[in-house]
Design a protein around this ligand. Structure first.
Ligand SMILES: [Zn+2]
Length: 383
């Protein structure tokens, strides 16, 4: 077999000569922190079956974790956050046009969320864990936001909002905060009518408006906890489910991760690079800030150069899916077993990780198909 044909062909990257393996990006932080443990954090979308780009990011996380363990001699845990706060239903106020959303968690409930996680990721992650020997955990956003440390970070962010607002929303300084209605679970997407009534290190109150139920007051306490079913209704306020915009929410998650007795490494697709710059600047709004270690993974692109996107796939936007095979857009359409899917992804991502220049770039679905065929990774292909 001609190996030159199998490897991707990638231009020299700016890290050539400095970085021999992409996992080396975390070495300076590991040396500086002195941690003997590493926790890698990655995301899990439950708003539909994963596409190839999501699977590449997640497989990368497993392989990077294994390499970190082998290279640096540290214990490694992989922690996935399931985004059950993603919008499941949307409506608009017929009078003002204000957009309201109800999350998967609020629309479907906790049991159904666990079912979705099992359906989309259970077999795939079990296979990746078994093959790489890297243990993994999955926690939903609902569980994360109910923890005291998350609520403390939310409260602290409110007290720093004068500085944070221009980093998290540079164009207008409006950070959307939308605690869902305690009666129906709907929330304003942009939080246009949310008002912070009081904010302190232990306690805050936010006034918000529901399309059906009018105004309500949501309370956040450092020691409070809230699932998706609202909370106690004492004093006219309920313990809020923390709803906020993407950047703000990620800042809180990363601040919580940094509290762990392990080096926190955030693994995201390279399409997050611009947003992560803002997150890093947001970290600098805190005293003694230590920025999280980050690893960016290759993005999978359609022939048009747009990254595969679940919302565009669902909307049937052909320019965003052109040149893709059905299973690349929907892992549920994979014709083989889930173990075969995991082995295909591991083979593919190993090629991408073989040199940093192959990891610091994007891949069209056509190029992925070429690599799969060249490396003999397709199921049914001769070994
Ligand atoms: Zn309501």
């Amino acid at each position: 077999m001609n190996t030159a044909r199998i490897a991707p062909v990638s231009p020299v990257s700016v890290t050539t000569g400095a970085v021999e393996h992409s996992v080396d990006f975390i070495r300076p932080r590991l040396l500086a922190s002195g941690h003997g443990r590493v926790s890698l954090y990655a995301g899990v979308q439950i708003n539909g079956a994963p596409h190839l780009g999501t699977s590449v990011m997640q497989t990368s996380a497993f392989l990077l974790a294994r390499t970190a363990r082998e290279k640096f001699g540290v214990d490694v845990t992989l922690r996935f956050g399931a985004l059950d706060n993603a919008a499941c239903e949307t409506r608009r106020c017929p009078r003002t046009g204000t957009r309201y959303e109800r999350s998967f968690r609020h629309a479907l409930g906790g049991e159904r969320i666990q079912e979705l996680i099992r359906t989309y990721y259970g077999g795939f992650f079990a296979a990746l864990s078994a093959i790489t020997g890297v243990p993994h955990e999955i926690e939903t956003y609902t569980q994360q936001q109910s923890r005291p440390e998350f609520r403390r970070e939310f409260l602290e962010s409110l007290t720093r909002m004068d500085a944070l607002r221009w980093v998290l929303a540079p164009s207008h300084g409006k950070v959307p905060m939308s605690p869902p209605c305690p009666r129906c679970g709907w929330a304003q997407k942009q939080g246009e009518h949310t008002e912070v009534l009081t904010a302190g290190p232990d306690h805050a109150e936010l006034a918000a408006v529901c399309l059906d139920h009018g105004g309500y007051v949501a309370r956040v306490r450092a020691d409070g906890a809230s699932g998706a079913e609202g909370g106690d209704e004492t004093g006219g306020a309920y313990e809020a489910y923390i709803g906020s915009g993407t950047l703000h929410r990620n800042l809180l998650k990363e601040r919580v991760a940094a509290r762990e007795d392990a080096l926190a490494v955030v693994v995201k697709g390279a399409d997050w690079a611009a947003g992560c710059r803002l997150l890093d600047e947001a970290f600098l709004c805190y005293p003694q800030a230590v920025l999280p270690a980050r690893l960016f993974t290759p993005v999978v692109l359609s022939a048009s150069g747009a990254k595969l996107s679940k919302s565009l796939i669902r909307a049937g936007r052909t320019e965003a899916t052109a040149g893709s095979e059905p299973w690349m857009l929907d892992a549920g359409a994979w014709p083989g077993t889930v173990e075969e899917y995991a082995r295909l992804l591991l083979g593919l991502v190993k090629l991408m990780l073989s040199e940093p220049r192959h990891f610091e770039r994007g891949y069209t679905t056509l190029e992925v198909a070429r690599l799969i065929d060249a490396a003999g990774l397709r199921i049914g292909a001769p070994a």
